[in-house]
Ligand binder design. Structure first.
Ligand SMILES: [Zn+2]
Length: 369
């Protein structure tokens, strides 16, 4: 029943300090003209373009949880990640380059990643909060946890910021769980509409982390996540990609979870499940065509897997989702299921309505006989 399970939501206002602007200059000494030319080609330097990954995304979620609370959900502030925790997945040289820019405003990468004065503080809190969420479920203070933060993380790899992401929050948390808590196997589920290329890269050769990702197929951004990408070296087999056509929705994605993720988890027997919970697979985002109900159903499946294999240990962290209203609503639906509500079975939109209208109309024709 809704409210039966205690769910931790981490929301920390320090993540609002990350406020990149599309008009930022490049770093001095870089090959500005060429990079600027690429951005202009993408239409990204025009004044009308604004950075889509903005603070209003997470404040919308927080506002909805304040005005329409979910029973069983407890909201607390987060924690900054330490250098030691970040270094488990990022190289020292990448971190040093990033910290050299602390307090500055700059584009880091043509691939839509810029920073503002407070960005590193925000990114440290985004990563550290997923660690705090992992600790909370291991300490059995909560059944599960959801981290409402930004910048997102799943496009960042060991050496590079990409696609609005600075630190790979979910990867940092997985590495922390293995280092700090006595577990071996972590399952990362990524249901964001974009492929989690950074997470895949970081754990490609690591058989102790299984990575399962449903996403819109390449050439959609970031262009990776092909079926054949199954891991590398010792990690061969523990990367699972399910690239989908752009019109795939609830039924297709729920079926992928039931028919591919569930047997994979049975084989892998994870001890912790982490979810890269992007809400941009919703139809309002024009990437895939999921509805609010789809998020409810997916949450039910991963909760069931966590209960079966992980003593319930389940932590989700926000990734994408750029329509603040949909993002807030879908996050709330996920939290309802984590807090004990029954997940909704996905249905084909309009089918129940057509069935009801069929009875109405057909009875009229039957009367004419
Ligand atoms: Zn995304």
């Amino acid at each position: 029943m809704l409210g039966d399970r205690d769910v931790l939501v981490i929301y920390d206002e320090r993540v609002l300090l990350h406020r990149p602007q599309a008009q930022e200059p490049f770093l001095p000494g870089r090959m500005d003209n060429r990079v600027r030319g690429i951005l202009e080609g993408l239409g990204m330097t025009e004044a009308k373009w604004s950075y889509p990954e903005h603070p209003g995304r997470v404040t919308a979620v927080h506002d909805l949880l304040q005005s329409n609370p979910v029973p069983g959900v407890h909201i607390t502030a987060g924690k900054a990640a330490t250098m030691e925790q970040l270094q488990r997945v990022h190289t020292l040289s990448y971190l040093e380059h990033l910290y050299d820019l602390e307090g500055k405003q700059a584009w880091l990468d043509v691939d839509t990643t810029a920073i503002s004065a407070g960005s590193l503080d925000a990114a440290e809190v985004a990563a550290g909060s997923v660690i705090a969420a992992v600790d909370a479920v291991f300490e059995k203070k909560f059944h599960s946890a959801f981290v409402v933060s930004r910048p997102p993380g799943h496009h960042a790899n060991a050496v590079r910021a990409r696609g609005f992401c600075l630190f790979n929050n979910i990867a940092v948390a997985a590495a922390h769980a293995q280092a700090h808590w006595d577990i071996e196997r972590v399952l990362i589920v990524d249901w964001d509409a974009h492929h989690g290329n950074g997470t895949q890269d970081i754990f490609a050769a690591d058989p102790s982390v299984m990575f399962f990702d449903t996403h819109r197929a390449a050439p959609f951004y970031p262009g990776t996540g092909h079926l054949e990408e199954i891991g590398e070296g010792l990690g061969e087999g523990t990367t699972i990609n399910v690239p989908l056509p752009g019109d795939a929705g609830d039924r297709a994605i729920v079926t992928a979870f039931e028919n591919i993720l569930v047997p994979a988890a049975e084989w892998f027997e994870p001890e912790l499940i982490l979810v890269s919970a992007g809400m941009d697979a919703h139809m309002s985002e024009l990437c895939l065509t999921m509805t609010d109900d789809g998020y409810s159903a997916l949450t039910g499946i991963v909760q069931r897997l966590a209960d079966t294999y992980c003593n319930g240990r389940l932590v989700m962290a926000l990734e994408g989702g750029y329509n603040p209203e949909t993002l807030a609503r879908c996050t709330r639906r996920v939290l309802e299921v984590l807090a004990g509500a029954d997940p909704v079975e996905p249905r084909e939109p309009g089918m129940a309505e057509v069935a009801a209208m069929t009875d109405f109309h057909i009875s009229a024709f039957a009367d004419m006989e």
